[in-house]
Design a protein around this ligand. Sequence first.
Ligand SMILES: C[S@@+](CC[C@H](N)C(=O)[O-])C[C@H]1O[C@@H](n2cnc3c(N)ncnc32)[C@H](O)[C@@H]1O
Length: 271
Amino acid sequence: MRVRRMMLGMASEHAPPYVDTTRPSPARIYDLSIGGDQHYAIDRQTSAQISRAFPDAPVSAVENRRLLVRVVAELAGRGIRQFLDLGSGLPTQENVHQVAQRIAPDARVVYVDNDPMTHAHAHALLGDQQGVGYLDADLRDHESILNDPRTRALIRRDEPVALLMIAVLHFIPDADLPALLRAYIDALPSGSYVAISHASTTGMPADLLERIHATYDNAPSPLFPRPAEQIRAMFDGLELLPPGLVSIVDWPAPQGRTLTLPLFCGVAVKP
Ligand SMILES: C[S@@+](CC[C@H](N)C(=O)[O-])C[C@H]1O[C@@H](n2cnc3c(N)ncnc32)[C@H](O)[C@@H]1O
């Protein structure tokens, strides 16, 4: 894998043509936070700024990734064999298909991300992995994502799906959220699961909220942390699994850790 990364230029600052190294990328900053090596000077500068404003940001990213692994393992254990991972990020350790296929070798995953680097890297690093598809798309384009031949080849409409929206909906403005949630959830057959983790304003000290606005309001990818009630409403019409909407470090049970940056998560089943 290292050799292929070097072929892609990732061991140096020479970026392939599809990478814009003049603008920070949430996917690459997240990769940096969780210990990956797919980032550039602009991402490291921005990450350092974010860490100065929110010292807990890197640890929150690590905890969020651990949550993703626990969610996928739980849902694969419940018999789910197909996963639609929206805002999947750069390929890293413990990708969704690896976690799911360890439990169920026949599990299938469609990854969707709008950062072109995630798509190129997924192909270069993971190759034509059995049961895995990648879509370079904005998750708001729900119709084309759901009807894409790669989605249709891997995700059967009549079999329950796990819809993963982990640490991504806080990049989506209010105006776009209700329609996209309705479109994806309506398309799921009964017995499907919806998993969301999301930055929240609930429990966030006022000075931290001010720093978030100061840091993100004019950023290329603004952040929209939301009140817990608004995150809970994203599960309307679904049945939240115990323990309900909780901090990411408390799902499905307390992990013995705390976070100062409130990130909530919930997993629900469609009746
Ligand atoms: C914080 S990372 C989370 C990655 C992964 N879901 C996880 O939890 O480990 C957020 C990802 O969402 C992607 N993203 C942001 N807005 C998006 C959009 N409108 N459509 C698709 N992907 C998006 C970013 O490119 C980034 O890779």
